[in-house]
Design a protein around this ligand. Structure first.
Ligand code: PGA
Length: 312
């Protein structure tokens, strides 16, 4: 089959954007050039690669198969380039990372230092919730994933690197704020703010409450840890949040950590990738860096690590 790398690149860009025009913009070529490249490629394959249904562009089965092949080819080429740079004594190339929302409180800081150490590395960082990260992992979209509950249904390499305690937060004037060692049943009927469905934090909370048959009243669902902290401070309810997402709200006296049995929910952070995937030089360099540098990240082990919370 006579196909060129350029044709494959054009095809991959069209498939990713679902549009000839946007592919032309991204590749800085004209739209007729895109069309003719796709036409020649389809001729070489001997089957149509796209079909257009009421202005929407869809991949045919052959197109989908070609897209998978393209991803493999370009990934291998990327890895090859990184290897060559490595042979020459430099680390160069792209690192595609996908992390769950709470990890954004420490990963970007680590990345900053990593990029200073390796200025030739470009990073793309996707921040999303647990469910969407799993989807990306299924599709092998990124080099490495940072999450705190590796899915059991995927064959993964998972390297644990840090604790991720989830604490129960309340407004400072909450009646339980002054109490110690509160039985978890005291939460029955409490008003809660929950993360959106698909969140790993939410999953952990629901599991704990199911185990103890606690039924809370969910007043609000929010997709952002920042918004949740504000909502708690505003008196809208209780919520559960990773200590990594606390950036002074407890020590400033805006919210308190409740001392409830079963909390903190003990989780850990994992760096994962699909088993069988060959990590690029750059991804391996980041993984090594992460495993060492993350040990310097402070983790609050108990509520008394937040003195304002206890004395509030
Ligand atoms: P989430 O994940 O951002 O989807 O809640 C965090 C976690 O898994 O601990």
């Amino acid at each position: 089959m006579q196909v060129t790398l350029h044709q494959l690149k054009v095809f991959k860009t069209v498939a990713q954007h679902g549009s000839f025009t946007r592919a032309a913009e991204e590749l800085e070529i004209t739209q007729p050039t895109v069309s003719s490249q796709i036409k020649q490629l389809a001729k070489a394959v001997g089957m149509p690669l796209f079909e257009q249904i009421s202005k929407q562009l869809y991949l045919t089965d052959a197109g989908q198969e070609l897209l998978n092949t393209c991803k493999d080819i370009f990934e291998r080429l990327d890895r090859f380039e990184m290897k060559i740079a490595d042979f020459k004594g430099t680390k160069q190339g792209n690192l595609r990372l996908c992390v769950v929302t709470t990890a954004k409180y420490f990963i970007p800081k680590l990345l900053g230092k990593f990029c200073q150490k390796y200025p030739g590395i470009d990073i793309s960082l996707a921040v999303t919730n647990h469910h969407k990260l799993n989807h990306r992992m299924h599709n092998n979209q990124d080099d490495l994933y940072i999450l705190s509950q590796p899915p059991a249904d995927l064959d993964l390499q998972a390297q644990s690197f840090l604790e991720n305690p989830l604490v129960l937060l309340a407004p400072t004037d909450h009646p339980l704020a002054q109490q110690k060692n509160i039985p978890i049943q005291a939460l029955d009927g409490e008003t809660f703010i929950m993360r959106e469905p698909g969140s790993g934090t939410r999953q952990a909370v629901e599991m704990l409450f199911d185990q103890h048959k606690i039924a809370v009243r969910v007043r609000l669902e929010l997709g952002s840890n920042e918004a949740i902290k504000q909502a708690i401070a505003g008196g809208l309810g209780l919520s559960v949040i990773s200590t990594h997402a606390l950036t002074g709200e407890v020590s400033n006296g805006e919210v308190v950590i409740l001392d409830v049995q079963g909390f903190p929910i003990r989780r850990r952070w994992y760096a994962t990738y699909l088993n069988g995937k060959q990590l690029s030089v750059v991804a391996q360099a980041f993984l090594d860096y992460l495993l060492i540098e993350s040990q310097k990240i402070p983790v609050a082990k108990k509520a008394s690590d937040y003195p304002m919370a206890i004395s509030a």
